[in-house]
Ligand binder design. Structure first.
Ligand code: SAH
Length: 394
């Protein structure tokens, strides 16, 4: 048994027995002083019965459980978990010649709390959210190359923004295995330059793949406005879908350049597309009414934690109100929230309030969420974060 034993207070084991993987610091009765952040620890109930093994972290979530009902991680723990994550993506039909990017590991949703891995062709881009995963990074990188059939050759580690900054781990963004060897990924037959070195998160938002596909079906002959475009994912799909015009807006000049490059890669010299390096709220305020009949609002998370929910909801309400005021009658609005702290119902209410305020008649066509390569563990509902509504506005 691990020397690091964390004993819970009486009756604090229930959530772990239901396989929820977090132990909050307030549930801990005792633990040795020698435990350090990132250590592998064994969690026991107040009577000493083993509950599981996980990574210790300073903070309100004190332990993230990696395996239940055992006191140590087996030697090939990571390879086994990664292989089963890969099998799931095979089952989902995501690994094809015309689709080379997908999420391989979605933290708790793949029973690997604290770890996110996206795949772009033969490169894995890995982000650790806990000290334990940071310390395990070389083992994980090695295991990635051993997953049968996965053919992963490069592993890029990118945790400078995801690790708790107080942990003082000095993470370097670096290749743990292999090196840069071209970065064009294919999603549903469309090509994307993925810049994991400079881009946000792992370089691309793979979580919008299916919602982009749905948008493509609505794009024919429409004038499309893609707000918060980042790499231009929605814009590229709208172009293929036969849009009359596509305007992509982002306040980051880097994002606008990425969008331009991705449009050029798929639709060189196509004059239907234009980018705008400007603030979304300003663009919405300045644009004429009735110009667009397909609008996408996919902003960054307005509420990154619970304390920000109230202001976040005000932000979603304001943004959507503007879109409702300006969209052409018969127009379709794709509106999203990726704030984990904001529930589906809260978001829906914010958008409803915006619709009511604008006086438009609005119907819900689709209710969207994250795709299956971002699975939600039943025991860990907190893993659900992306929500979207497709609305018909008259
Ligand atoms: N829709 C994108 C992801 C959006 S990420 C996709 O499918 O990949 C959020 C984007 O919003 C970032 O690129 C960021 O630069 C941009 N952004 C943040 N605040 C903004 C603002 N006030 N106006 C315009 N863009 C903004």
């Amino acid at each position: 048994m691990s020397k690091n034993i964390i004993k819970l207070k009486p009756k604090k084991e229930d959530s772990l027995l239901r396989r929820h993987p977090w132990v909050f610091s307030g549930a801990i009765d005792s633990m040795p002083d020698s435990i350090e952040e990132g250590d592998e620890v064994c969690v026991v109930d107040n009577k000493g019965n083993v509950l599981g093994v996980g990574h210790y972290q300073i903070g309100s979530i004190a332990v993230r459980i990696l395996d239940f009902g055992t006191d140590t991680l087996e030697g090939d723990f990571y390879l086994n978990r990664l292989t089963s994550a890969f099998r799931l993506r095979q089952t989902l039909g995501l690994i094809r010649e015309d689709n080379t990017c997908f999420r391989l590991v979605h933290g708790e949703g793949d029973f690997l709390p604290g770890l996110v891995i996206d795949i772009y062709g033969d490169t894995a881009v890995m982000q650790a959210h806990s000290a334990g995963m940071h310390f395990a990074r070389h083992t994980i990188a090695e295991a990635l190359t051993l997953i049968p059939e996965a053919r992963i050759r490069n592993v890029y580690y990118k945790s400078d923004t995801t690790l708790p900054y107080k942990a003082r781990l000095d993470p370097e963004n670096e290749y743990l295995i292999g090196s840069y060897d071209g970065n064009i990924a294919i999603e549903n037959g469309l090509q994307f330059n993925i810049d994991w070195l400079k881009g946000q998160k792992t370089g691309f938002f793979v979580d919008q793949r299916e919602n982009r596909s749905l948008l493509e079906r609505y794009a024919r002959d429409r004038h499309v406005l893609n707000m918060f475009c980042y790499t231009g994912g929605f814009s590229v799909y709208a172009m293929r879908g036969g849009a009359k015009s596509v305007d992509s807006v982002d306040s980051s000049s880097k994002a606008v350049a990425l969008t331009d490059a991705n449009i050029a890669l798929n639709f060189p010299d196509d004059e239907r597309h234009h980018t705008h390096d400007t603030d979304a709220f300003k663009f919405l305020a300045d644009m004429p009414k009735d110009k667009y009949d397909l609008i996408i609002l996919d902003p960054p998370a307005f509420a990154k934690h619970r304390g920000a929910i109230k202001n976040g909801l005000i932000g979603y309400r304001k943004l959507n109100t503007k879109a409702f005021e300006k969209i052409k009658s018969g127009g379709v609005l794709f509106t999203f929230s990726c704030s984990q702290a904001i529930t589906k119902d809260m978001f829906r209410m914010a958008v409803f309030t915006a619709a009511a305020k604008s006086g438009r008649r609005v119907r819900i066509l689709h209710q969207l969420s994250q795709p299956a390569d971002h699975p939600v563990d039943f025991s860990h509902p907190e893993g659900e974060y992306l929500k979207g509504l497709v609305l018909y506005v008259e």
